[in-house]
Design a protein around this ligand. Structure first.
Ligand SMILES: Nc1ncnc2c1ncn2[C@@H]1O[C@H](COP(=O)(O)OP(=O)(O)OP(=O)(O)O)[C@@H](O)[C@H]1O
Ligand SMILES: [Mg+2]
Length: 348
């Protein structure tokens, strides 16, 4: 598999279209060929079932012989504006003011992925995943229907042996959760592994394993990639809400940390959704740099409520590589239908 390509060859679909052009005269031979094709398809399907699932379930844009596989957000008007979604393998950064809907967008992105058979890694630094589940339920999405594996809960202190242990799940989870409170436990486990490793005793480059450090995140992501067998081609949606946490005490490091993360974790089968907070003082992204590693950048903001006396939220698509942006400015709204809340993006 190529690392970091946004497209996959889709010979099958081309063949299917050619078949449709065939006339009825090409009867038996055509049928035999079709049967052969079907058999080949079936065999291939067995080998690459997960990859094919993603290809089938997402929109595609044709570029000569290759098609860009599009990964939808599950937010109607936004997907429409982006030719069906963002290219598979790309990284999206949504930055903006508090309360503008970034986390709710992240929830939609995760949910749509699960519906399409993708796996999800959900890093939540602002609220426990339990709160994410409650918020999602208000929007009619029940994450409890899926096999959720909280990485930190699998790390336990063994009293007898006086050490941290990590218990792998018995079957591959649908969602691997790395959450705020869990990160401190992940940090302690990572530190223990470092101390017990022979290599670390001889090398000078020790990692910094404190709960909010980028090293702890990297350690947790390594475990998550391993659990979800990312290297075997499984399409995974990686959500980090929010990145700003990792440079909370050193915003000047934002750019470096972002590059470090992308270099280590981008893959053609990883599509990432990262959020970034605004510094209310400057009304710009807190820490400079994360938007430069992104293939797609969106910004959310509120109108000046003191002037307008209305709560108006907006979203702009500022950059989207390999995509013709149909609409780039939206009004964000929350509507309630019965008990279910709905996030609505209306192009303006
Ligand atoms: N159940 C709900 N029904 C309707 N609207 C809701 C509901 N839950 C949240 N909201 C709206 O969504 C907003 C919060 O959105 P969200 O948590 O995604 O913001 P955010 O951009 O992630 O903010 P922050 O930067 O503080 O994390 C709330 O301010 C509220 O107006
Ligand atoms: Mg949020």
């Amino acid at each position: 598999m190529n690392y970091y390509t946004y497209y996959e060859e889709e010979e099958e679909d081309v063949e299917e279209e050619e078949e449709m052009e065939e006339t009825e005269e090409e009867s038996e031979e055509g049928e035999e060929a079709e049967a052969e094709l079907e058999a080949e398809e079936e065999a291939e399907e067995k080998q690459k079932s997960t990859v094919k699932q993603v290809q089938k379930s997402t929109a595609v844009t044709r570029v000569k012989e290759v098609k860009i596989v599009r990964v939808p957000f599950g937010i109607d008007k936004l997907d429409e504006a982006l030719e069906g979604g963002i290219p598979k393998g790309s990284w999206v950064v949504v930055g903006g003011e508090p309360g503008t809907g970034k986390s709710i967008m992240a929830i939609h992105f995760a949910w749509k992925g699960l519906e399409l058979g993708d796996k999800v890694i959900y890093v939540t630094t602002e609220q426990e995943f339990y709160d994410v589940i409650i918020q999602a339920k208000q929007f009619g999405m029940d994450f409890d229907e899926y096999n959720v594996f909280n990485l930190a809960e699998a790390i336990q202190w063994d009293r007898a042996d006086r050490e941290w242990t990590f218990e792998k799940p018995s079957k591959t989870p649908d969602i691997v959760v790395i959450d705020l409170f869990g990160l401190s436990r992940v940090a302690r486990f990572a530190l223990q592994e470092q101390l017990s490793s022979e290599k670390s005793k001889t090398t000078k480059t020790k990692k910094t394993y404190v709960p909010w450090s980028i090293d702890t995140l990297v350690f947790a992501l390594d475990k998550a990639y391993e659990l979800l067998e990312v290297e075997k081609g499984q399409h995974v949606r990686l959500i980090i809400d929010s990145m700003s946490t990792f440079w909370v005490d050193k915003p000047a490091m934002a750019r470096r940390y972002s590059y470090q993360l992308k270099l280590a974790y981008h893959r053609s089968n990883i599509t990432a959704f990262l959020t970034s907070q605004y510094a209310m003082t400057t009304k710009s992204m807190f820490g400079f740099g994360v938007e430069h590693i992104a293939d797609v950048v969106m910004e959310t903001w509120m109108s000046d409520i003191k002037t307008t006396k209305k709560l108006e939220r907006y979203l702009a698509i500022k950059k989207a590589r390999m995509t013709h942006i149909k609409h780039y400015l939206f009004r964000i709204d929350f509507k309630k239908e019965g008990n279910i809340s709905k996030l609505i993006l209306e192009p303006i």
